[in-house]
Ligand binder design. Sequence first.
Ligand code: UD1
Ligand code: CA
Length: 453
Amino acid sequence: MSCTAVILAAGKGVRMRSKLPKVVHKAAGKPLVAHVVDAVRAAGIEDIIIVVGHGREHVENFFAGQPVKFVIQEQQLGTGHALRQAEGTVDPDSTVLVLAGDTPLLRASTLKALLEHHQKCQAQATVLTTFLDQPAGYGRVLRDEKGSFLRIVEEKDATPEEKQVTEINSGIYCFQASAVFRVLQQLQPLNAQGEYYLTDTLEILKGEGCRVEVMSAAEPEEIHGVNDRVQLAQVEKILHRRKNLQLMRDGVTLVEPDTIIVDSDVTIGCDTVVLPFTIIQGKTSIGEDCEIGPWTNINDSRIGHRVIIESSRVKEADIGDDCVIGPYAYLRPGTILQEHVKVGDFVEIKQSTVAPGSKIPHLSYVGDATVGREVNIGAGTITCNYDGQHKHPTIIEDHAFIGSNTNLVAPVRIGEASVTGAGSTITRDVPPHSLAVERADQRVIPWKKKRDH
Ligand code: UD1
Ligand code: CA
């Protein structure tokens, strides 16, 4: 049986108090709705429709180029109305898995179990529920004396007795497509919020004699919805804890993991050690046998194998195998270090490529530069890449030796195996195998300091 997932994500999320729609707020490095899409994909469902409305361009932009379809709900008239917008896009013979865009803790295994339960029972509808000690805010699941499903009542419509019920609606359901789209047309907004409630379809189907099943999630944590920024922070903490456990199980050592933050989509190779107070974000990949940290922040970068990065900031950079970085290096976007490169303390690199075996050990700024192999850049070297209006390139060829405190005024090229004298300001190209010195002759003048020592 074919299966389509419909993710409801058109709401504003008023309680977030934000200019952005709720579902694009990020937790552990990616939008809430992207966590839901990833869980759906991991459950083996390829056909994914997202119902968008409020701030839909933000959601659409995030998924640009991905195999995800969008349908638009112009006015947010409720969850039932939202699902109805997908009617023309879903095959009536398929199973529809309906989810909300604000439940990022959901696991693929739970979705698979829900689908299996739904299909095994040959139900027209199956709702995923769970039991919460503090069910406030959720729809409550009402059952008859025999324990079979009666209906779902929203918090705002519930009587005091109904509010005592601790079984809550996760907002995740399986439906037989033609059945749900048929009864969606019968919904009436006769409730406290004046909305078309998707939850009412279950009661209508039940009344028609259809089979409505209830499945309880093993882990209540999974269905936690994010409605405000307090819940966003709670959910993110759980995602980070899960990620750390997964990394350790996969062979990564985390020293004092409670101080280490790793986003969901980061990958780290086996036998890499991450030291305390390290933050690894976005789409970063780190190879095997590295030592990262302490006090290091890396985002959206590729780090090879056997790399050491200590107390440094690495942003959108590509670091080859066996590099040694830090402490206190700042690698900015467009930095490409090939293998065996050393970048030491208080070095900033931007939009530059450094070839294998080169060293920039101390106190330098390298921007818009191409550095060859086995180059040594002395302490205090600056590429003067900006003339106030434009950025200009610096090229340093293989085996060059840049003396300490050299200013390289770009555009400029230092030829192969050439040397610059310490303290020189180099404004013209230096041919290969040459020494360029730009320095006034030293004068020695007899001098008496005011106070003798
Ligand atoms: C809903 C359920 C409630 C359940 C809870 C679980 C209904 C009536 N209630 O309540 O029983 O316990 O989820 O988290 O379904 N949305 C749209 N268009 C709309 C309205 C909502 O796309 O017109 C989307 C929202 O963007 C959100 C999702 O549907 O992603 C759920 O909407 P929300 O307003 O958060 O529903 P709850 O009040 O939490
Ligand atoms: Ca919600």
